[in-house]
Design a protein around this ligand. Sequence first.
Ligand code: ATP
Length: 804
Amino acid sequence: MTNASGSKTVLAQIPSIILRNNQGEILGPFELTRDLHRLGRNAEKADLVVPESKTWMLVSGCQASFTTEGNDYRIYDGDQVKPSSNRLFSNNTLITPKEGLLLQDGMEITIGTVTGNHIIITYSNPSANQTLKPLKTTSISLKNKSVVIGRDTQANLRLDAPTVSRYHAIIDSNNQGKYILTDRSTNGVFVNGQKVTNQAILFNGSTIRIGPYTLILQGDDLLIADTGDNIRLDAKNLHRVVKDKQGKNITLLTDISLPIDPGQFVVIVGGSGAGKSTLMRTLLGLEPVNNGIVELNGEDLRKNFNIYRNLIGYVPQYDIVHSNLTVKEVLDYAAKLRLPFDINIEQEREKVLTQIELKERENTLVKNLSGGQLKRVSMGVELLADPKLFFLDEPTSGLDPGLDKKMMELLKTLSEEGRTIILVTHTTLNIHLCDRLVFLGKGGNLCYFGPPQEAITFFGLKSNNFANIYIHLEDKNKVEEESIRFKDDSNFYDKYITQHLVQVSTQTNQKSKPKKVNSSFLQQFSILSQRYGQLLLRDPLNIGLTLITAPLGIIAMRIALSDIIPFNLADDNDPSFATLSLKVLFVFTCAAIWVGLASSLQEIVKESKIYQRERLVNLGICAYLASKASILGILGFLQSLLISLTILICFKAPESNQFTWILGTEITLFLTLFSTIGLGIMVSAFVKNITQANSSLPLLLLPQIIFSGVLFKMTGIGKLFSWLMISRWSVGALGSLVDIPSMIPEAKPISPLNPAPVEVPVDIPTEVYAADSSNLLINWGLLLLHSFLYWGVTYILQKRKDIL
Ligand SMILES: Nc1ncnc2c1ncn2[C@@H]1O[C@H](COP(=O)(O)OP(=O)(O)OP(=O)(O)O)[C@@H](O)[C@H]1O
């Protein structure tokens, strides 16, 4: 960040500071002439005195101390002993009362971390040799013009980040002189912590979040207050206890506090089951806690997750990419889903491919990559959005020592570029590369936090082998002992945690949790459908088998029936003919149900991890399910078409009307398949893994057979159950089309001696198969209703999986 107005206050060769608050009010310049100066509101404690007015309340009695160092000054928090209430930060990195920070000409120091509620101290030293390079544009006047904010080079205020749209937002003034912001973006705008729905009125001091940037309206000027490059994370007293199946308490995290400065590379290590992943997911805001809070730049992460969603990258333990796509396709689809639609995909992809060093493998299918390369693809997907905070759970597991080193070096480079990196790992070979090491013991006990080199000293180990710490902390009692020893050791706990942990006293005036930005349904639907279609086509054998299974079954039935011709009654008195025809129709229905379920049962569960990650970013449930419905619907249509064609070839049409029959059969089979696909998708959303999905197949098929009403006459509760079956309505429609009732022999006298008509006993409910159009439409309508219900329940099941 740079000087407020972009210009420097020109003074004689004397260092000075000016203060600027959120309303754009300026205090100073205060000249720095003595060896020691103190800045504050209390005239007894400070010589650079800030007025006791409301707009300067963030400043403490003694806010900062300045001491000479060479030609410049060093700034310290508070009075160099006691920290100030709202602390001092340089690019969100805490300035402590003891170490302080050497100031440079043009440097900006912030009082308070809550973005949009802070005061900026700008230091000037005209005699300095080194001057910080100011940003090209830091503010823009909104007076009498329409201001376009975006990534485009033509935008009036250019914000360069992949998550910012070319023309992200426009600010105009209305006839009452108020500034109105109109959102035109893919990833949304937040004003004062609230998502903008189309338009928002801006007031003096309003904060606007666009991608990683924070802008503040000060009078008629719009100022870039934060470029978002520096995110600090403060975890305070995280404590989590859950109950096991027997109702016994298990402590997952024991009162953990961690201050993580922007750009730090933090590695979490510890024995298996120590709680590393739990801690990481808690720091990410994904896991709740019984006590404690995680703050990003002083804001509650869980409350403000929707603002930070796009700034956080997360590579979980499991892979989050489709194995049947090439590296290039994976990155392209991820970019299309996560970045604004007007982004240059090719450019972003190339940038990431270079970062993850996979350019030469871009056309390789993910399933053909090595373990290390696969992990790098997952990282690449996350790097597309240029995350400022990057979490990785065991990306080096299973890699050889060389690859582990390369991966750690890559992460180190990413952190040096300003990203805050938090990594869980088991491999201790290269942890000397990190800035902070977290050692967790069983029960989520924090046994160490500090520079990796000092861990050996803390644990009193003779060799430099970090693996010895694992052995040292094998025993649960030892873990508790060491955790207490660490808390009591001022050389470590106080130095690396207490002194750096930010406890700001200011609160934002945010009223409620910001809402999630919803991405365009049509855009996501088309990207997801394209990706899903491509994935299905990558396995042509599977598609082929899916398409021919039912026709082959029908051909087999034709062979089994030999010269029997169903649907066309030859002998008026044959009592078994209607039953036989119904059985044939039942096989058509069963074939459709079988292939419908087989095509859909795995379709959600098999990619549930990818779904979870994409949902955390911006995936819409409706777009996701619609893409499934459309592609599986097309597959279902092709299946029904092939089944109908096979029926047409293998079976003689009923005499009534051949065209109506085959068209009706096609419609019935398609509706049967589509509702079965809905049922399969619903179960796929419900089960936890592919094995469970496969095991549910018989469970789903058996009731369809038993309650279809074909094998057994449905009465009482059985009849009610049959209404819940797709098979009942499918056979009902097919039976209506071939006119089953007409195949039941009419009641006739048995002999001339006995003229009273006698019914031939055929156990078929004629009303179910009545050959009239209203019955047919009811059956079709109910098949559609089944589809709607299944897709509706699937939506609810998916929604229930939402973490935040
Ligand atoms: N929600 C939960 N309910 C009950 N137990 C849980 C829950 N979450 C985690 N655990 C248990 O807490 C312990 C810590 O789990 P976690 O996955 O965080 O450990 P870890 O250190 O990452 O292990 P590993 O290195 O083996 O991946 C494990 O014993 C796990 O089974």
